[in-house]
Design a protein around this ligand. Structure first.
Ligand code: ADP
Ligand code: MG
Length: 399
């Protein structure tokens, strides 16, 4: 199975065209049409990095790049999964009772994990034929994983005639990723994929899980979001992620708060000696990042999107210097983008590779693209992928 329509689906119409192509492909594979086609977007985190597991704030944006799933129920409990992604094993066949933790591996674990998690919610499911197609780059920090999970979650729920609210669906998808895929992630990505909206960011309180859409009106301000996919994934990610989580927990204990969410910059300063240099810097990132998220939300809610740039820059500096999760490719991308006219830029996602996000005046997009390309060439880095994104709707049925 080959990719259907490369490039981003910028409009609903393009999504519908992709869905139609996918339905045809599905019919060719299975000999019958799908019961429907569902879509769920990737996301970029605008600000709020490494705050989720500290029970703080995040502000992701659902993208105009999405994973589509053409799905049909079966009369038995077999599950057949296909992907158009050229580097994935294309066909995986199994049964629903093999879907739980310790069962499926590889990409089908995302699909089967969701089916298992839904059954754990008490939703009765038949077997399924599933064909997925995405234009979210895989492993770029734009959460192709949550896009896949959420498309399947919505499809299976709809077909089962079950009604779960969107936050519940996000939890189901997260459970699949945590317990079946085995990735210890928070729920931000799935919440973004479920609650995203056109020209909106998704403000999430990771403690209460209360979600609020915040207007992200960039077009009227002559601005756009640009993603720079570094194309690198440094192998230290897992160990470093666990290390940062442990450091934050230790700092919270020393500060005598349930989580760093409950600490203030003043508390962290006062405890500098007790924390020691390293935990002091780690904590300073988290508490200052929470404040930056709230500041960005305030600016966006008062129609001042053009003023969030310096907060994005400050977030990057804090992640680079205090939390130490950036890498040269990200730093070079951010530096080149801001020098070429971006209002602000930062690494996004866990760090050590993946993508950066920049807030760029529409007229400066090509200057930013050229500057980042030139800076990468100069350092003999592989060419980055640079593209504009538009805040888009969350998971939905397309046909
Ligand atoms: P990210 O979420 O940042 O893209 P992850 O490592 O969390 O990175 O998820 C990427 C993985 O998700 C891929 O390696 C693959 O297993 C799976 N995946 C996502 N979308 C697809 C797809 N359309 N086809 C096959 N596998 C997919
Ligand atoms: Mg992921």
């Amino acid at each position: 199975v080959r990719g259907l329509l490369p490039g981003s689906a910028l409009s609903v119409t393009q999504l519908e065209v992709r869905a139609e192509g996918l339905a045809e492909r599905f019919t060719a594979l299975t000999g019958r049409g799908p019961a429907g086609v569902w879509a769920a977007p990737g996301r970029v985190n605008l600000i709020g990095e490494h705050t989720d597991y500290n029970e703080g704030f995040v502000l992701p944006v659902a993208l105009d790049r999405a994973t589509l799933a053409a799905v049909a129920p079966r009369r038995n409990d077999a599950a057949h999964c296909w992907s158009t992604n050229p580097t994935s094993p294309q066909a995986v066949s199994t049964t629903l009772d093999a879907a739980g933790p310790g069962g499926p591996t590889g990409w089908s674990a995302y699909v089967l994990g969701v089916l298992w998690a839904l059954m754990k919610e008490g939703v009765q499911l038949p077997g399924f034929d599933v064909l997925v197609d995405t234009n979210v780059p895989l492993g770029a920090g734009l959460s192709s994983s949550a896009a896949l999970e959420c498309a399947i979650t919505l499809a299976a729920t709809d077909l089962a005639g079950a009604t779960l609210d969107r936050s519940r669906l996000a939890q189901v998808a997260r459970r699949a990723e945590n317990e079946v895929v085995g990735a210890p992630t928070g729920v931000m990505d799935q919440m973004a994929a479920m609650h995203g909206g056109r020209d909106a960011a998704v403000f999430l309180d990771c403690r209460s899980l209360v979600v609020r859409r915040v207007p992200l009106e960039l077009t009227t301000a002559g601005l756009t979001l640009v993603i720079i996919n570094t194309g690198v994934a440094h192998s230290l990610v897992d160990g470093q992620y666990a290390d940062r989580r442990a450091a934050c927990e230790q700092a919270a204990r020393l500060l005598d708060v349930p989580a760093l969410r409950d600490a203030t910059p003043a508390m962290v300063e006062r405890a500098r000696n007790e924390l020691g240099e390293l935990l002091w810097r780690r904590s300073r990132h988290v508490v200052s990042e929470d404040e930056r998220v709230l500041d960005v939300v305030r600016l966006l809610e008062s129609g001042r999107a053009g003023e969030i740039g310096s907060l994005l820059d400050a977030s990057h500096a804090s992640l680079r210097d205090d939390f130490e999760v950036s890498c040269e490719e990200l730093d070079v991308a951010v530096e080149a983008a801001t020098s070429a006219g971006a209002f602000g830029a930062r690494m996004t996602g866990g760090g050590f590779g993946g993508s950066a996000v920049a807030l760029v005046p529409v007229d400066e997009v090509s200057a930013v693209r050229d500057a980042v390309g030139a800076a990468y060439r100069e350092r003999h880095f592989a060419a980055p992928e640079v593209f504009e994104v538009v805040a888009s709707d969350g998971a939905r049925r397309i046909r």
